[in-house]
Each structure stands twice: as C-alpha cells, then as structure tokens.
Unconditional design. Structure first.
Length: 334
C-alpha cells in the first residue's frame, strides 16, 4: 500500500489500549509478508490474553524501529485532505507505523538488512508491551522509538509519577451533616494542598508539572459522601524523592496518597545533522530498560495534536520521516 493509504488503513482499525488484537493481526500479516518476500523472520511476542507485540528481523538486527500500536479513546475514523491525514492515531502513532513500514520496504528493496521492526501494545497506559519486550531482547544495539517529535531527535523526555488519592468519610443524610463526615470535603482539602507543593525544575527538561486528572466521589447529592478519590499525574524531570515526600505530607490526615507508578525522566542521544528538541511527554523508552540497545526518539507529527479530537498529521512530514528513518538506520549500521 502507498504510505498515505497504509496510514489510513491503520487509523481505521480501532486499537484503544487493551483492544489491540485486530491491529496486531493486520501488522502480523504485513510483517509476515515482508519476511516471506525478503527472507526475514516474523514472530508474535505474547504479552497478555489477546495482546501480542509483533516483531520482524532481517538478518541480525543491529537497529530496530519501534513504536506502539495502541491509542487513547475515543476511536475517530480517518479522512484526508490535500495536506493532512486525520483520525485517532494519525500522529500517535499509526502514521509513524506506516512510515516505519514504508522505510523498511524501501531499505529491503535496496538490499539493506540487519535491522528489525517492533510494534508493542499498551504504551498509552502502562507500557506492558515494552516491559515484555525488555525481558525478550533480540540482540539489537540501537532502538529508534517513534513518537510525534516533528521529525526532530528528542534529547530528553520527562518522566511520569502517578498517584491515586483516596479519602474515607462517613455517610449521613444531607439534612443532618453533623452526623456524617464528607469524604469529598476531605479530598478537596488534600487536593488544595497538593496543588501548592513545590516541584523541581531542570535546566534541560524544564519544570515538573502536576495534573489532577480525575475526581470521583459520593453516591447522591442528598447524601454526605462516604468515599472519594482522585488520580494525579506528575511530569517529573529528575529525582522524585522530595516530590514523594511532599505528596504524602500534603495528603495529610485527609487522604491516603497511593503511588501507582513511576516512569523516570530520560536523557537521549543525538546524531550529526539531525535537529533536536526536548519533549514533556513520557514514552516506552524507560520500560525497555536498554535491553534493545541505545534509544533514540523521533517521529513525524505534533504531540500538541495527539489525544485531541483534531488529531492529524501533515503528509509532507510523513514522507520526510520515511527518508529520515532510512537515514538513521544507515548511520547506526556503520
């Protein structure tokens, strides 16, 4: 398929996290066909029930092109105009998959070998696919991870520290609030303090940021809430020891601050002649733990359009990224 047709075909396969089976099957067929035509080896890498990573290698892979196949909700089918392709995953990361596949086809047609392609599940939630791959390396020395960086090499990316804040109260009739204890009010008190905790700043990565992503609580407007909870996402730029301490102190006696996960910030390499940038988002790279080789982060599209109702990617960037991936593989293969 043509690059743009392939991108739209991928976008039109719904693959919200945990529902990657159909797009995985499609990619398995594509990679198996490439392996058959160019004497490669394709494999599924089981992750969880009905969830597999897919991998193909040609010779002994020194460089592996990799990205994730899952998307955030909701599913948005594709459409295109003269300049852009639209839809869920257009830039994060169905367009990138199409560019990597197209680059692979062109490299193979030109006789290049000793590289691979790896597409993983679960990046948008917990990087379970990358963590599985980290336990099953295939000998590569370099990993080119695809995320929307506007075709610039990211020399660093922020990490992520996630918390769940849980408050417990005592239910009562709202006409007699003195008989109860509102978990929602306790949660709000804790969140007010959490919003004011000091967060580190890094000279390269910039400031840490905190987002209160979800709030839930209570059962009815005429009932004093017996429980309430919130999810908090902190983009971290370095050591999190003080941030953890501040979170516990700010929660205080009003709520229980439960750490859910930590993905550390990372510093990444650059290559001669390729423009660089710094990104605030988190990727699969820390989950790979270096077992697939030295990581590089680059891909077409803007992160500012990812996860939005207007997600799209410029066709010119897609075309440019194909040549860019081929160039990077060549540079790292020497």
């Amino acid at each position: 398929m043509h690059l743009f047709e392939l991108a739209r075909r991928l976008i039109d396969i719904e693959s919200i996290t945990a529902n990657e089976r159909q797009v995985g099957d499609f990619l398995w067929e594509e990679l198996s066909s490439l392996a058959h035509e160019f004497d490669g080896f394709a494999e599924r890498m089981p992750v969880e029930a009905d969830r597999d990573n897919v991998f193909v290698r040609f010779g002994e892979p020194r460089v592996v092109l990799s990205t994730h196949m899952d998307t955030v909700p909701p599913f948005i089918p594709s459409h295109e105009d003269e300049d852009q392709i639209w839809g869920r995953g257009a830039c994060d990361t169905k367009g990138i998959i199409a560019a990597m596949l197209t680059a692979a086809q062109q490299m193979l047609a030109a006789g290049r070998r000793n590289f691979g392609l790896l597409f993983v599940v679960g990046e948008e939630r917990n990087s379970v696919g990358a963590r599985t791959a980290a336990r099953n390396p295939r000998g590569s020395k370099f990993l080119i991870n695809g995320e929307p960086t506007e075709n610039k090499l990211a020399v660093g990316s922020k990490g992520a520290l996630r918390y769940e804040l849980v408050a417990q109260g005592r239910m009562a009739h709202s006409a007699y609030p003195e008989l109860g204890e509102s978990a929602i009010e306790k949660l709000l008190n804790a969140l007010d303090r959490i919003r004011r905790i000091p967060l580190p700043v890094d000279d390269t990565l910039g400031p840490s940021t905190l987002n209160i992503g979800t709030i839930q609580g209570g059962c009815a407007p005429n009932v004093i809430a017996g429980d309430a909870r919130a999810e908090i996402f902190i983009r971290v730029v370095g050591d999190v020891t003080e941030t953890r301490a501040h979170m516990i102190a700010a929660a205080g006696a009003d709520a229980d601050a439960r750490e859910i996960s930590l993905t550390p910030a990372v510093r990444l390499g650059c290559l001669d002649g390729i423009p660089t940038t710094v990104v605030a988002f988190t990727t699969d790279i820390p989950a790979f733990e270096g077992t697939w080789g030295q990581p590089f982060l680059i891909g077409p599209g803007s992160i500012h359009l990812a996860h939005t109702s207007e997600e799209r990617i410029r066709k010119s960037e897609l075309v440019e990224s194909v040549a860019l991936y081929m160039r990077i593989v060549e540079m790292l293969s020497k």
